[in-house]
Design a protein around this ligand. Structure first.
Ligand SMILES: Cc1ncc(COP(=O)(O)O)c(C=O)c1O
Length: 488
């Protein structure tokens, strides 16, 4: 219920009630309250304006008579659903205001598209979507309650900006035990994107060269470019980046930074081999190149234990490790961490203070409690088992397509949440036509740094976010398009 409405009383000779009625009418005309919205009670308005309640009621009744306000017995007053027509002078004033709109001095234009809400497609094969309905909301509610029942008043205030200590402790233990990461400083961030932004601002000067996978993650590139970076694409193989190409690029350009998705390359799903990792450590060390390792979906690995992150065996402390809770929980949680050598951490924390004082403490508290209880790992095991089944379901159906003569090829990725499928031709057309059938998927053109490299051959199909029934129905519809366009 609305308690307060900011009213400006004119200093006129009118009766006080007429003066108040005029002020309420002005508020309605200026859109401060909108049709059908509840107005403050006569009692609260009387307190606000220090006048008698009766005066307010007379003012309201005047507005009811004029058609601006509706009164409902025992329910108080509302703005009328249909307002009396505005005078022509008012409309002119509105036009005038538009004419004199301020011309902003925009110094950084960002035309990058806001991510599409792909969930509106009945068959959403967007590559990185977790199945949010799997998340144990009820269980988590208990830990949220605990965080509220026993709040850490010290931490809820301004102060240390690295993150909530009990959460950092849980994450450190988990990273040490499950991902072999030791002796790194942990900084909590609002998701990987914030980490990428902070790192770009701290590490990149205009004109600096940043090497990236030639097919890769645009949101990271946008953060680098925004800081003035020149992006250098490194060729890819079926086992991650081509290290020979990387070496040649280093001879040509002074490269400062390398951004990689080593475990499940985004978008091609390949895993960077051990041999290539060693070559990259060596080159980075020789040429003083920092490496950002984006390990966005580490747990979802199916056939064997995933390779330890590069940061775990990093001989020279050049790897900056990023991990996100977007896939493990859901993207809206906006929670992630940077694990980094202590020589860099203070710079990052200090820079972050300009963006934000803290990351939501209550949320970190609840997640820390959930991790300590073991719920986090239980959920991960459940999701991983299910995603593995969904991967198998998709693979089985696609293999049936092949036996029916549809010309597609793919390899089964060791992990991740999507398949990278060679449809031989017309990938972009297939993605476009699929949308008309209610299917969302992306073709390789969406991932190239240099669009001239587009071969129009690959599509990416996410399997984690859909149940087996949806995968089956969606692929059945897609089959018709594949039959027609990749065999054309
Ligand atoms: C390559 C890559 N990095 C990171 C993320 C997660 O980013 P964030 O933590 O900002 O949600 C994703 C999610 O799609 C991704 O694909």
């Amino acid at each position: 219920m609305m308690k307060t409405l900011n009213l400006t009383l004119q200093n006129s000779n009118k009766n006080l009630y007429l003066n108040i009625a005029q002020a309420i009418r002005n508020s309605i005309e200026n859109g401060h309250v909108i049709p059908n919205e509840k107005l403050p009670s006569a009692r609260s308005l009387a307190i606000q304006l220090s006048v008698n309640r009766h005066t307010i009621m007379v003012a309201y009744n005047e507005l009811v008579a004029q058609g601006w306000v509706q009164s409902q017995q025992r329910l108080g007053y509302r703005v009328a659903t249909t307002l009396p027509i505005f005078t022509s002078t008012k409309t002119d004033v509105k036009k005038e205001t538009l004419k004199h709109q301020h011309r902003w001095n925009i110094s950084k234009i960002n035309n990058n598209n806001i991510p599409l809400a792909t969930s509106r497609f009945p068959f959403n094969f967007a590559g990185g979507n977790p199945d949010i309905s799997l998340f144990p909301f009820n269980e988590f509610k208990g830990f949220m309650n605990d965080a509220l029942n026993r709040p850490d008043l010290e931490e809820l205030n301004y102060g240390d900006n690295a993150g909530f200590a009990p959460f950092i402790e849980q994450v450190s233990t988990y990273l040490r035990r499950v991902r072999s990461i030791n002796n790194k400083k942990i900084i909590v961030v609002n998701g990987t994107q914030e980490a990428l932004y902070i790192l770009s601002q701290v590490l990149i000067k205009p004109g600096d060269k940043v090497a990236v996978e030639s097919l890769g993650y645009q949101p990271a590139w946008n953060a680098f470019k925004n800081a003035g970076a020149q992006l250098i694409p490194v060729k890819q193989t079926s086992q991650g980046i081509d290290t020979n190409d990387f070496e040649q690029l280093i001879q040509k350009h002074k490269i400062h930074l390398l951004y990689l998705t080593p475990l499940h390359q985004y978008p091609t799903t390949s895993t960077l081999s051990m041999q290539k990792r060693k070559a990259i450590y060596l080159l980075a060390q020789q040429h003083n190149i920092a490496i950002i390792e984006d390990d966005y979906d580490h747990e979802f690995h199916y056939n064997s234990q995933p390779l330890a992150p590069m940061v775990a065996n990093d001989p020279s402390g050049l790897v900056i490790y990023l991990s996100s809770f977007s896939k493990i929980m859901f993207p809206g949680i906006r929670l992630g961490i940077i694990a980094v050598h202590s020589s860099l951490s203070t710079h990052l924390i200090n820079y972050r203070t300009m963006i934000n004082h803290k990351v939501n403490i209550l949320q970190q508290d609840a997640v820390a409690r959930w991790m300590k209880d073991g719920g986090f790992e239980r959920h991960l095991r459940k999701a991983t088992r299910l995603y593995q089944k969904r991967r198998q379901c998709m693979v089985t159906i696609l293999n049936e397509f092949i036996s029916e003569g549809i010309k597609i090829t793919f390899s089964i990725p060791a992990g991740g949440m999507a398949l990278w499928i060679n449809v031989d031709r017309n990938a972009e057309k297939i993605a476009k036509l699929a949308k008309q059938e209610g299917i969302f998927l992306l073709a390789e053109n969406a991932f190239h740094l240099d669009i001239k490299q587009d071969q129009d051959k690959f599509i990416r199909l996410g399997f984690a976010g859909l149940n087996e029934e949806k995968i089956t129905q969606g692929l059945f519809l897609l089959k018709v398009l594949l039959k027609k366009h990749c065999n054309e």
